[in-house]
Design a protein around this ligand. Structure first.
Ligand SMILES: *[C@@H]1O[C@H](CO)[C@@H](O)[C@H](O)[C@H]1NC(C)=O
Ligand SMILES: *[C@@H]1O[C@H](CO)[C@@H](O)[C@H](O)[C@H]1NC(C)=O
Ligand SMILES: *[C@@H]1O[C@H](CO)[C@@H](O)[C@H](O)[C@H]1NC(C)=O
Ligand SMILES: *[C@@H]1O[C@H](CO)[C@@H](O)[C@H](O)[C@H]1NC(C)=O
Ligand SMILES: *[C@@H]1O[C@H](CO)[C@@H](O)[C@H](O)[C@H]1NC(C)=O
Ligand SMILES: *[C@@H]1O[C@H](CO)[C@@H](O)[C@H](O)[C@H]1NC(C)=O
Length: 413
């Protein structure tokens, strides 16, 4: 794959894209984050370090960080206050103690499989904060595959057991950020989350840079990095290896817009997902310089007739997809629900997209009045690719001349 001419934010190709090119991104000027000054350093004791870490965070000066500087820390849920950061140094691991009681919200529901909705606290919470962050080359381990204290099974097995009963269990998130401003997550490695790894909800100014998610063995509901109902978001230079959505842009709680996702590698999950599930919709999102390998879905946008709404002004630029079962899947009727909403996907722009291996290509629009509107420029798929298409308008040329070489710079080689 040639990764030569693309600049991500200067979409020079389509008339439609040209109109919006200036805004189809995080509107901030985002540079590589800098690690804040250390206010206090802690060494792991080998015992439960929750109280010591929380105390240090609560007394930390604004603009500075609490450093976990050596050893393996064991902790229950932690709250990072406004203006404060947590720094996990290289070689250090912060492990979530797998005791459902610690994450309970007071009603003994965490660790059970009989309830819908949020029943557990996250391991790390940043809520109603401004200028907080998580930094460092260390690891945060959710211990999703370890036996829960007082149980014979792990968080992940709990998920499987709940699935059998038709219940989507909500184990603790590894990192939950909500209703915040100017939040940074830099360099950290996130592994084995009991549920999704890093979720930013209703957050304005959210930078995820150089982060690794490495969870090859989880079961389900282990999304990597999710921006839900957030604005001014950058997700860059990250490697996401998981079993569910690698990177998700959702609008479950608020509009999702002005989002830049670039220079990322996605391995083994359900790819780049846009999920429009409210009236608010998703718009002005650019995905650029991304490789997707060995996944179930590649590029996916989905919605439904009960809650769906508009997804518009989306750019996929300089993308390479290899060994993916469903390389491109845009579906306005994903859950087959009846309803009066009209999910509408328009101004979806593909530029310099290479799909190296065959699979299912699906565009499923809503109706003749609300077709999916896609522009294709320099889109290459393998020979004899068959598209399943309902109610869609495709502008531009689709070339079935994809070479069968690896993805190159951003790929698995
Ligand atoms: C995308 O990749 C190209 C080629 O490597 C590079 O020139 C460009 O700067 C990248 N874009 C971003 C936003 O990093
Ligand atoms: C996004 O960033 C731009 C540029 O800094 C700023 O003007 C705008 O208010 C921000 N949007 C939100 C919703 O915070
Ligand atoms: C946001 O965080 C607060 C405090 O932890 C919590 O009460 C609330 O349920 C959270 N909302 C979401 C959507 O995570
Ligand atoms: C949706 O409506 C159709 C036609 O009215 C009906 O046959 C079908 O069972 C309904 N599906 C659901 C999931 O309610
Ligand atoms: C197209 O619509 C028909 C009828 O609703 C449906 O059976 C089929 O699965 C749709 N095709 C795709 C690609 O979703
Ligand atoms: C490329 O083609 C060769 C020979 O047909 C095949 O063995 C290989 O799996 C293909 N590679 C990809 C990435 O499709």
């Amino acid at each position: 794959m040639k990764l030569s001419f693309s600049s991500c934010f200067l979409a020079i190709f389509m008339i439609t894209a040209l109109i919006h090119a200036g805004t189809t991104r995080d509107l901030r000027n985002v540079a590589e984050p800098k690690i804040p000054k250390t206010y206090a350093s802690l060494k792991a004791t080998g015992a439960d370090d929750t109280a010591a870490i929380q105390k240090a965070l609560d007394s930390c000066a604004k603009g500075e960080a609490v450093a976990l500087s050596s050893g393996i820390f064991h902790s229950g849920p932690l709250n990072i206050p406004s203006g404060v950061s947590l720094l996990v140094d290289s070689g250090v691991t912060l492990k979530a103690i797998p005791d459902p009681k610690l994450y309970d919200l007071g009603d003994n529901r965490c660790g059970t499989i009989n309830y819908y909705g949020t029943v557990c606290k996250a391991f790390i919470t940043i809520s109603n904060a401004k200028g907080s962050g998580i930094y460092g080359k260390g690891t945060i381990d959710g211990q999703g595959g370890e036996k829960m204290i007082g149980y014979d099974i792990s968080w992940w097995t709990l998920t499987v057991n709940a699935d059998v009963k038709g219940i989507a269990v909500r184990n603790p998130l590894l990192v939950n950020i909500n209703d915040s401003e100017d939040i940074t997550v830099y360099q950290i490695t996130l592994i084995n989350s009991p549920f999704h790894h890093l979720v930013g909800t209703r957050t304005k100014g959210f930078t995820v840079w150089g982060v690794t998610v490495n969870t090859p063995h989880a079961t389900r509901y282990n999304d990597g990095i999710v921006a839900d109902g957030s604005q001014n978001v950058t997700i860059a230079f990250s490697n996401v290896f998981t079993q569910s959505d690698n990177i998700g842009v959702w609008s479950l709680n608020a509009p999702a817009k002005q989002i830049s996702v670039y220079n990322n590698n996605l391995i083994s999950g359900s790819g780049l997902t846009i999920w429009s599930a409210t009236l608010y919709g998703v718009s002005e999102v650019s995905f650029c310089n991304i490789t997707l390998s060995n996944l179930y879905y590649g590029i996916r946008i989905f919605s439904d007739k009960q809650k769906g709404r508009l997804v518009s002004n989306i750019i996929y630029d300089n993308i390479c997809i290899i060994n993916v079962l469903n390389p491109i899947n845009l579906d306005t009727d994903f859950f087959h629900l009846n309803g009066s909403r009209t999910p509408e996907f328009r101004d979806i722009n593909f530029n310099n997209v290479w799909v190296k291996t065959g699979g299912n290509f699906i565009l499923n629009g809503n109706s003749d009045s609300y077709p999916i509107q896609v522009s294709m420029n320099d889109v290459h798929v393998p020979k004899d690719t068959v598209w399943s298409v309902n109610y869609s308008k495709i502008k531009g040329k689709l070339l079935d001349d994809s070479d069968n070489k690896s993805c190159g710079q951003f790929g698995i080689n």
